[in-house]
Design a protein around this ligand. Structure first.
Ligand code: R5P
Length: 263
């Protein structure tokens, strides 16, 4: 790995713990103003000190995040479909150039791949092209194994296939979903894996259990959104997640920390 690329990746995945807590706020790129992310700047501001990296699209970066920040940015560059397109969200292209990624001084770029969808080939070729550009510029590529409504499969067999393909085509790290037997996904993916949080869960303890289990089974961290900023106490939530990811807290200890910080 080239020095620049390695250095950028090391800004995201902390070398001292080997883990990362990424905060995802890119949802508007196809969902518009989702609940609690109507004004991204206000949502992000109190959480930024606790995020090892922020995942977002360029419009929110330019307009809602202060340029004084030291937090590494992971720029979503794929897109093209909205939630109004129905169930087929897979028709994505590369919507933001590598030139703009460099101009924005980001630490990585991210795109979604839709393995098994109608646009599987197109999104895999998007990945291959972005990896070529990333290698040229020294910018790591995060492949997100997206699962639309048409692809209900979130089992280890499907996710292992999608993550392995992402790595085979050159992704430097991969974002996927947690599932039963997650270790099978992690063991067959030769690059670091982070998990998305998914829709807000009923209890905080469920979120902490998922994060703990993902780390124990081989994830290097989380790239979490709704389960943090849709919580009534988002700062307590991200700090408790940090406790799990970086300090080896159990779900129960993380919950105690969350309760203390929420008081
Ligand atoms: C999905 O592709 C988006 O990139 C989100 O960043 C991702 O789903 C993570 O957010 P959440 O934890 O809310 O699922």
């Amino acid at each position: 790995m080239d020095w620049g690329l390695s250095n950028r990746l090391n800004r995201i995945i902390r070398p001292d713990t080997g883990h990362v807590v990424m905060l995802a706020v890119d949802h508007g790129y196809f969902l518009g103003p989702v609940t609690k992310l109507e004004q991204p700047g206000e949502t992000v501001d109190p959480l930024l000190p606790y995020a090892d990296a922020l995942m977002l699209a360029r419009g929110v970066l330019r307009n809602c995040v202060p340029a004084e920040t030291d937090t590494p940015m992971v720029l979503r560059v794929s897109g093209g479909r909205s939630i109004l397109a129905g169930e087929d969200l897979s028709d994505e292209g590369l919507a933001t150039s590598m030139d703009d990624a460099v101009r924005l001084n980001v630490s990585a770029v991210a795109l979604s791949i839709f393995v098994g969808s109608r646009h599987e080939r197109q999104t895999i070729l998007n990945l291959a092209k972005l990896v070529d550009q990333g290698e040229r510029m020294g910018i790591p590529v995060l492949a997100v194994t997206a699962v639309g409504k048409e692809l209900e499969k979130r089992d280890a067999r499907y996710l292992a296939l999608a993550c392995r393909m992402a790595a085979e085509f050159g992704a430097h790290f991969v974002k996927t979903y947690f599932c039963d037997d997650f270790h099978q996904v992690a063991e067959s993916c030769p690059v670091p894996l982070v998990i998305a949080g998914g829709p807000s869960m009923d209890t905080e303890l469920e979120v902490f259990k998922m994060a703990r289990s993902a780390i124990d089974q081989g994830a290097v961290g989380v790239d979490m959104g709704r389960n943090i900023w849709q919580n009534e106490n988002p700062v307590a939530m991200i700090r408790a997640i940090r406790g799990i990811v970086h300090d080896e807290l159990s779900p129960e200890d993380a919950h105690e920390l969350f309760t203390d910080l929420s008081a």
